[in-house]
Ligand binder design. Sequence first.
Ligand code: FE2
Length: 265
Amino acid sequence: MEALTEDDIRFFKREGYLIKRGVMDPDLCARARERLWDEPPPSMKKDDPASWVGPIKEDEESDDGENLKRGFGWRYRRLGREPWMAEMLPRSAFVRSAVDQLLGKDRYVLPERVRGIYCTLPQPEGAERKPRHLHVDAHPFSFAIVSYIDDVAPDGGGFTVWPKSHQKFFFDYHSRYANEPTPQLEIDRAEFLSDEENSYQTFGGPGDIVFWHHRMGHMASVNYTSQIRKAVITDFKLNDLAQLQEQPPGDDIWVDWSDEMKEIN
Ligand SMILES: [Fe+2]
C-alpha cells in the first residue's frame, strides 16, 4: 500500500507541509531516546528533569560539530551516522514509499544518514516569550522531514511552519533551488510575520513526522515546556538538483516532482 493518500498529497501541495503520525518504528524511537544520553552535557541527567533546563552551562558548552552544545541547543549529530538511525527515518518502508510518491521512484538520493538528534532545552520557568521569526533555508534540497522521537507538547519547541508560504517564496528566487532571492522575498516575509496567526507550531509524539517543502518559511521554536524537544531531521534531494538549480522557478512549483504529484490538484 502506498504511504500517502490523495488527500495527503493535496494537503502537502496546498499547505507546503504534511504531518503523518506514528509512522516510525517505536523500538527505534526508544533506542534513539536512550542513546541521546551517551554524551550529554555533564550536569544533565537522564532521570532529573530539573537538570534539563537551559541554557547549557558555559563551561559545558561544546564546539564539537558532531555534538554541538550551546544555549538552548544540543545537536547530537554523531548518532546520525549510525545506520539504524537512517533505517528509522529516510530508509524506512513508509518514508521510502512516501518519497517515491512525492519525487518519483529512483529520481532522488536516498540518504545514508540523518542530521542526528536536535534537542531544544526547556526555558527556565517564567521566561519571557520571544516573538516568532521566519527563515527559508539557504541550502538546495527538495523537501525535508522533521520527526519526533519523544512527546512534544504544544509550545514544546515543535517545528513551526508558515502554511502556504511555499506558494509565495518559491517565486521569490531567481533559481528553483539556489539561494538567490529577489527583493520580493523580504516583502513576503514581512507580510507573513505581520500576524502570528499565519504560523503553525507542530507538536506530537514518538514516530510523528512532518514533511515540508524546501521553500517553506519556518523556524525552530522556543520550548516553554519542561521536556526536552528531541527531533530527528533529514533532507531529500532530487538526483539532478545541481543542474535544476540553474533553472528559474518558472510558473509551476511542482515541475520537478513526480507524475503522481502533478496529476493531483
Ligand atoms: Fe531552517
